[in-house]
Write a protein that binds this ligand. Structure first.
Ligand code: ZN
Length: 137
């Protein structure tokens, strides 16, 4: 794992939270992206090497809706940048961690991603993410 790539924060409403984080971070949201497979919309802010990713559910039974129902708004996950996601997944499985997906899946912001089961990580949801390789490489 190279560094914290982003921190994911579950919010009820982009209308309220994007202006709030723009004011807080003193920078504009640079991208809003729908991740249909996760029933979630993402909004990104860049601060130095690290991003803040706001997550808003696109429907009332999405994972983010359920999370907010149970725990309220707040930090949802920490994402680490990795150089080789498949190698890192193998290393973590060998070390006894449970992964929530067996193969890397497509995430927001041109990433391949994988989540670890939070039962193994002090209830902190950890995401691995790797920049998608350019096509033809
Ligand atoms: Zn994320």
């Amino acid at each position: 794992m190279n560094k914290i790539e982003h921190i994911g924060i579950a919010v009820k409403s982009f209308d309220a939270s994007i202006p709030l984080f723009e004011k807080l971070l003193n920078t504009s949201c640079y991208k809003i992206e729908l991740v249909e497979s996760e029933q979630v919309k993402t909004a990104f802010f860049q601060k130095g090497e690290t991003k803040i990713e706001l997550l808003e559910s696109t429907n009332s039974d999405g994972v983010i809706s359920k999370y907010i129902e149970k725990k309220g708004e707040g930090i949802h996950h920490i994402a680490f940048d990795v150089t080789d996601i498949e190698a890192e997944m193998k290393r973590l499985i060998a070390a006894g961690f449970v992964l929530l997906n067996e193969t890397p899946k497509s995430g927001a912001d041109n990433k391949l991603i994988c989540f670890l089961h939070p039962k193994d990580t002090n209830s902190v949801l950890i995401e691995l993410c790797m920049e998608k390789p350019a096509i033809g490489k």
